[in-house]
Design a protein around this ligand. Structure first.
Ligand SMILES: [Zn+2]
Length: 247
């Protein structure tokens, strides 16, 4: 039976340390807690790495965080040769915050790119150094510099970024909120988590379970590193940190 883990990162993306109690160890040594601040890989955002601190001060290195049978089951995968904790043991959970914060900045940057380039999304991946989004756009006549400029305008406007929950019925009534061409947001729970940018979400609102910064200025300097042709209809945009290098 799948465990339901309280996903603290959904409420507070800035929680880098939290307490958790071990509820199960699965057959492959994956650690399941009652609650966690570790994000589990999904929606193109990689899961967290970091370590668990035991009562005696020793550490258990966590190499990956993934979803189990359901999205509510979060499994922490220890690095090789780690001591496993006992069921019922209380641990202090430490995310690799530098990495996670970069992923948050990048994930928000990806949402901003979907504002600048309002085309159907066919794929996306958030990375620490580089993220990419594939759009279904047969004729794209922009270039790296112009897209970068529009992206940075949104960053510098310092729009608020916040989460709102709507019902499946509201989502069904606003199909334009879904930007992904092939992936439908998870249904069945009745609730959809929207990540909104701008006052009342006027800049952007889209279903997303990821972790984001709270103001677009936190994204910092970003630029489009590359725009590639992927097949006849797709363009792959690569977002990188830092200002656009001089040509
Ligand atoms: Zn997202």
């Amino acid at each position: 039976m799948a465990h339901t883990v309280k996903a603290l990162f959904r409420e507070d993306a800035y929680l880098s340390v939290a307490e958790g109690t071990v509820v199960a160890i699965n057959e492959r040594g994956g650690i399941i807690l009652d609650q966690t601040c570790f994000y589990a890989t999904s929606g193109g955002q990689p899961g967290d790495i970091g370590f668990f601190e035991r009562q005696d001060g020793s550490k258990i290195e966590i190499a990956a965080t993934i979803c189990g049978e359901t999205k509510d089951e979060i499994i922490h995968v220890p690095a090789a040769n780690q001591q496993l904790p006992e069921i019922g043991e209380q641990l202090t959970l430490h995310i690799d915050w530098d990495r996670r914060y970069k992923l948050m900045r990048m994930h928000t940057a990806c949402h901003l790119l979907t504002v600048v380039c309002p085309y159907p999304i066919t794929g996306a991946s958030v990375g620490e150094e580089e993220s990419r989004i594939d759009f279904d756009v047969p004729d794209f006549d922009g270039d790296k510099a112009s897209v970068t400029e529009e992206l940075m305008r949104l960053v510098e406007a310092n729009h608020p970024v916040f989460v709102r929950t709507i019902s499946e019925a509201e989502l069904a009534a606003n199909p334009g909120l879904v930007k992904s061409k092939n992936v439908r947001p998870p249904s069945g729970t009745g609730q959809i988590r929207l990540v909104c940018i701008g006052e009342d979400g006027t800049v952007d609102s889209q279903p997303c379970g990821g972790t984001h910064v709270t103001e677009t200025k936190e994204v910092g300097d970003i630029h489009i590193g590359k725009i590639e042709k992927k097949g006849r209809e797709n363009r792959r945009f690569r977002i990188r940190f830092g200002p656009l290098p001089a040509a």
